[in-house]
Design a protein around this ligand. Structure first.
Ligand code: TQI
Ligand code: CA
Ligand code: ZN
Ligand code: ZN
Length: 164
């Protein structure tokens, strides 16, 4: 079953902005842009939420690739282990998603698939915690599946539709 965070933080608006503040050198920029856009669509497809990209100023969801200590007190750990993290809805860091640039990011099945990890992180950005349903997107185990064929599992859909 899906879970929310304590206090059930959620966005109090349906139109959210996102900004890609830094890139990985593992993939061409357009592939990063595309993976992020499609990962957000996983959620906007089943809710009233809309995501608009901004290039300047503040955004609700700031996306960054970073290594080790990167200013939020949750340093990354080099290759392996933690791949990314995201903050529950709220001001400031709330909603932001950071990706460990010591991982090798990929758009296929080798290395770590950016789309799949980003879709999971954005679940956190929107207010979902981990699910105990094996196979759910929010289940805390990375498993590769073909991004072209990805369909949001029912448990995640129920969770996000409960929130929005
Ligand atoms: N990063 C953890 C994660 O996103 C960080 C984390 C643990 C976390 N608990 C959290 C973030 C609660 C927000 C709220 O789950 S990770 C997976 C999965 C990770 C793990 O690098 O371990 C995915 C990132 F689900 F496969 F285990 C992405 Cl898909
Ligand atoms: Ca790591
Ligand atoms: Zn961070
Ligand atoms: Zn998670």
């Amino acid at each position: 079953e899906y879970q929310t965070f304590p206090g059930t933080p959620k966005w109090k608006k349906t139109h959210l902005t996102y900004k890609i503040a830094s890139y990985t050198s593992d993939l061409p920029r357009r592939k990063v842009d595309d993976a992020i856009k499609r990962a957000l669509m996983v959620w906007s497809d089943v809710t009233p939420l809309h995501f608009r990209r901004v290039f300047l100023g503040q955004a609700d969801i700031e996306i960054r690739f970073a290594r080790r200590e990167h200013g939020d007190g949750y340093p990354f750990d080099g290759r392996g282990s933690t791949l990314a993290h995201a903050f529950a809805p709220g001001d400031g860091l709330g909603g932001d998603a950071h990706f460990d640039d010591d991982e090798k990011w990929s758009d296929v099945d080798e290395d770590i698939n950016l789309f799949l990890v980003a879709a999971h992180e954005f679940g956190h950005s929107l207010g979902l915690a981990h699910s105990n349903v094996r196979g759910a997107l929010m289940y805390p185990l990375y498993s590769y599946e073909n991004p072209e064929k990805f369909r949001l599992p029912a448990d995640d859909r129920r969770g996000i539709q409960k929130l929005y």
